[in-house]
Design a protein around this ligand. Sequence first.
Ligand code: COA
Length: 426
Amino acid sequence: MDFLTQPIDPTSECDLAAGSLRLTLVDTTDAAAFDGWIRADFRGFHSERPKEEVLEEARGYLGGRRTTGVYDDAIPAHEPVGTVNSWVAPLTVPGGERVDAWAISSVTVAPTHRRRGIARALLGGELRTAHELGIPLAILTVSESVIYGRWGFGPATYATAWSVDTKRVRWAGSETTGRLSFAEPEEYRETGERVLENVMAGRAGEIGLEPYLAHRLIGPLKGNSEADKYRLVRYDSVDGEPEGFVSYTVKGDDDFTRHTVEVNYLAAATDEALAALWRFLLELDLVASVKIWTRGVDEPLPALVSDIRGATVTAVEDHLWVRILDVRAALEARTYERDGSLVLEVADDLGLAAGRFRLTVTDGRASVVATDDPADVTLPVNALGSVYLGHDVARGLAVAGRIHGDAAALDRLFRTQVPPRLSTWF
Ligand SMILES: CC(C)(COP(=O)(O)OP(=O)(O)OC[C@H]1O[C@@H](n2cnc3c(N)ncnc32)[C@H](O)[C@@H]1OP(=O)(O)O)[C@@H](O)C(=O)NCCC(=O)NCCS
């Protein structure tokens, strides 16, 4: 399978050609063409115009992705009016196996060309291409939660943001172990990548990170206006094993004793690393507030502080969206914490994953076969994506009328004791 050279999806190509637009793969070895695409991507997310060093870094990092552009040849510009890129990322599923997932990013449409079906063509094209290549599911993180349900994606993990009043809380965890030390991102990079690999393999919902995604968690990328403020602290176990790090910036206040720490990323491959790094953050001198994002819904912070109300959840938001493309492969890849059998009727407007399937779980492993037996549960493919990684959303979807039938049985089978989490964006 070569996802980079797989031809462009003919359906989307035709749909766009009808509106005089050209859908094409971008040659990422052609610096001028790739720069135009990168500029359009930055503009799409209202980022600054990328300077040469930023373009150079992005070309190096993103050249290995399947890169697609939509061009309006009627306008004299090198920049596409639509962008998307994709790659195959290992998604950790319940039980710890890692499944090939079609990761989609950089979905932008120029505001001059919005709402004429460009995103529809891009997304349909991505999903049909991934399906053709036999990838069992597609994933993305989203700027707005109203966009992707229509293409069969459902929110499958939720992320929490926290604000901690560190003048109010004291450390209430047990004695912490190991060693903390400052590090320079360039020198720590390889070690940090290994730590991240363990973090990402250790929880359903996390994905294996390309160097680009890993490096921006360890330190700032080129062009980051806050680069000079970045700090990196590593955690090594008692035995000297690298098990975690935190990268963060510190912002000043009129009152010098009340700085704010904004955590870029906290990586903890072990509970010891998690406790030690939290303690480090909570006990920083001259700091009154610590802010952190994309933690799990089960972040143990309340148990680590003397005053629970000093650590506040400021947001709980949908984070990883999952789109099942191959029901059998996806459901057989994960494990289940209870045995049972269910007939699922899956509806899919794009016709990629629709069907009636008997899911039988024995000793935690599933077998999935097509069946004509009556359905126990009827659900759209986006709802299947939402329950896939083990989150407890079946009841809500049933109350909302989006899952019909025995939603409690579906929940019992799919839900996992530890909720899934994705702790980064892509
Ligand atoms: C989101 C974006 C890509 C949509 O592109 P677009 O070409 O205008 O979308 P389309 O014309 O193909 O719209 C397809 C459908 O999605 C709907 N839709 C698209 N963007 C939407 C949005 N932001 N909110 C709600 N609905 C949206 C359209 O109304 C249309 O609905 P319909 O099928 O019921 O008619 C574009 O607005 C954009 O670039 N936004 C800024 C960058 C961004 O947020 N990208 C998403 C990254 S995750």
